[in-house]
Design a protein around this ligand. Structure first.
Ligand code: FES
Ligand SMILES: [Fe+2]
Length: 393
């Protein structure tokens, strides 16, 4: 048994206030005590068609999801060199690879012989090359065609011209972004350095992927996103699960371009708690919730971080990939048990409550009700986020 790992189990690593970026700390220091919080009333609406209309969906696809790089997965899913996986979440067949040198690359998951998918499942594989299942052409995970079965039967086949099609890819605070559309040069301008710095301080790039689950949801991606931008539903929709841990009060919000950071105190929070014990786990006092442009949600909990990527497939269909990240792999039975319970709880909350709410809302929206959705002061971040999106449409 590894004595060091036993004595310092990874799951006991805590994030302290001081470990966060200065910018995060400054935001946390602004969170009022629950009793002092004031909610500004708000009057705002959005037309039903932004959730149900074909025109709006197509505009979002063209001007956001195909125009800018989009998040595809977490860096932590490919922690080591020579790892590769297929990804289909956006309806574009992708291969995401961490090369021998540790760099992230993305390719179309399509063979240069006749287009066959090279990897059919979306599991992570540890290997330096991929072989096409059809006629066994072999590619390095740097995309180069390195082997052609019965090569001598091809006249003038230049292997160097049949590398996999590479797409621009980049890691950003532990999230892997890929430019899906080959028709546009990659424009990284919507990603923000502060978000990458925050995510790094939260340990996202070096985390361990404890759990990963894909949901196919019958709802528009924004209907699924909305509950992660507001606290109004928490004590109500989640009354039987986590509702009593969170206050209704508004949170401290910062926009970094079209990226939103919200920090809020948990139930009973008062600012003096921050300085009671410098070694304490900041996640016990404060919840961070981010919407990283355009469709990646990050929510912190006491012992793990949730990352969700909401991939629009159609007006009323979204693929959501959920990742539960922990500071390390569980090294004890007790840790395994805690992580397992947390995983079940969070899947029940997000899957059984938030995602369910989204699906039942979509039913009404598609029946034309309401004609305009209406937002209150506890939902103002939704409106701010929509304004940022609308500026790009
Ligand atoms: S389609 Fe891949 S080797 Fe033929
Ligand atoms: Fe929720």
């Amino acid at each position: 048994m590894d004595i060091v790992a036993e004595r310092k189990p990874a799951e006991r690593k805590v994030t302290t206030l001081a470990a966060l970026t200065e910018n995060q700390q400054a935001a946390i220091r602004l969170i009022p005590a629950e009793a002092d919080a004031v909610v500004e009333p708000l009057e705002a609406t959005r037309p039903n068609a932004i959730f149900t209309g074909r025109e709006r969906f197509d505009a979002e696809q063209a001007r956001i999801f195909r125009r800018y790089p989009v998040p595809v997965t977490v860096s932590a899913l490919l922690p080591e060199p020579s790892m590769v996986m297929a990804h289909d979440g956006y309806g574009v067949p992708l291969l995401i690879a961490r090369t021998k040198s540790g760099e992230i690359k993305a390719f179309l998951n399509a063979c240069q012989h006749k287009g066959s998918k090279l990897l059919e499942d979306c599991e992570v594989h540890k290997r330096g090359r991929v072989t096409c299942p059809y006629h066994a052409w072999t590619y390095g995970i740097d995309g180069k065609l390195i082997g052609v079965a019965r090569n001598e039967a091809f006249l003038n086949l230049d292997k160097s011209e049949r590398s996999l099609v590479e797409l621009p890819a980049r890691e950003w605070g532990g999230i892997v972004y890929v430019q899906l559309d080959r028709g546009h040069a990659a424009d990284w301008s919507q990603l923000h350095d502060q978000i990458a710095a925050d995510f790094t301080a939260l340990g996202i790039p070096d985390a361990f992927v404890y759990g990963r689950k894909t949901f196919e949801l019958k709802a528009n991606w924004k209907v699924i996103l909305e509950p992660f931008l507001e606290g109004y539903h928490v004590q109500r929709l989640h009354a039987a699960s986590i509702g009593d841990l969170f206050q209704d009060a508004p949170n401290i919000v910062d926009l970094f371009g079209p990226n939103i950071r919200q920090v809020s105190g948990r139930m009973g929070y008062v600012p003096a708690m921050l300085d009671e014990d410098p070694a304490q786990n900041i996640h016990k006092l404060v919840t961070h919730a981010y919407t990283a442009f355009p469709n990646c949600v990050v929510v912190t909990s006491q012992y793990y971080t949730s990352v969700m990527i909401l991939m629009p497939r159609d007006v009323g269909h979204t693929t959501v990939e959920y990742f539960m990240l922990t500071p390390g792999a569980p090294t004890t039975d007790k840790a395994r048990e805690v992580f397992e319970r947390s995983y079940e709880l969070i899947l029940g909350v997000f899957g059984g409550e938030d995602f369910r709410a989204a699906e039942i809302s979509q039913v009404g929206l598609q029946a034309g009700v309401p004609e305009t959705t209406v937002y209150c002061g506890l939902e103002s971040n939704i409106v701010r986020y929509y304004e940022a999106l609308e500026a790009l449409l």
